[in-house]
Design a protein around this ligand. Sequence first.
Ligand SMILES: Nc1nc2c(ncn2[C@@H]2O[C@H](COP(=O)(O)OP(=O)(O)OP(=O)(O)O)[C@@H](O)[C@H]2O)c(=O)[nH]1
Ligand SMILES: [Mg+2]
Length: 275
Amino acid sequence: MRDVELRLLSKKEIVEVVSSSDVVVEILDIRVPESLRNRFLENTALRNRKRLILLLNKRDLVPRDVAREWVEYYRSIGLEAYAVSILMGGLRSFEKILREYEGRGKIYFSVFGAPKVGKSSLINYLKKKRSAGVSKYPGTPGYTRHVQLYKISPDIYFIDTPGVLSIEYDSLERMIRTAPPEKLSNPVKIALELIRRIQANTPGSLEKSLGVSSEDPEEILREYALKRRWFYETDKEPNIEEASRDIIRRYLDGRIIYYTRPPKRDVDKISGEEK
Ligand SMILES: Nc1nc2c(ncn2[C@@H]2O[C@H](COP(=O)(O)OP(=O)(O)OP(=O)(O)O)[C@@H](O)[C@H]2O)c(=O)[nH]1
Ligand SMILES: [Mg+2]
């Protein structure tokens, strides 16, 4: 059932699009960037000596210091990263990069990212901003026929990929992002794990966002269903499935405050001790 409509990029397609581009943009959700990184894409870009840019999007959903910590973290491991908010038009750093390339001949940017990180929003934003130069060319030599090319200025082209990146290392994010909440077959199990993560990373958030006071994840689901007056028709018990779907939806659209922080680098560890 799941995954039917989702078109995942194959490794072959990733390699093809990366080879056809000069700059590779990987969009991540700044709330959970590590869960959504795609190492295959990053390695392919770096191995092919392409400029790799991480756009940590949805900056508006996290506190300023958290955004800064993530940017510093990625820079500390040698990656070029910027915190942006495509929705709010907060893209100054990225637009500066685009300007660097103006007038230097044709340049191709490709945009990748897991589902719902903001890939289409970025392309739409850039197209609108430069509406005078917008045109769309389906398929050009070297790309798969589904790849689309957008011209956003006389020299700058964006390659829009026909699918999304697979989420390699986080099965919870994979489940949440590959089907709409109403189609999930096990929403309760997913919501319970999500609640545990929210409690561990942003304590106090569920109380604030949902108005629940329970601590136990299953109790939270019951309490929230009661509060919203969602009951099963059969036995009139609180409908925890509906509550689960609602919580998943609220996480996706940012109505629940939830974000992670970068791993702390262990300063006490003697360097070279572990590899
Ligand atoms: N809060 C916030 N939401 C954003 C931002 N950028 C995009 N979104 C929202 O994130 C959702 C997904 O955006 P899309 O542009 O459709 O994401 P996508 O990566 O193209 O998604 P798929 O095509 O499904 O893979 C939309 O509801 C956007 O409005 C942002 O900077 N902040
Ligand atoms: Mg899209």
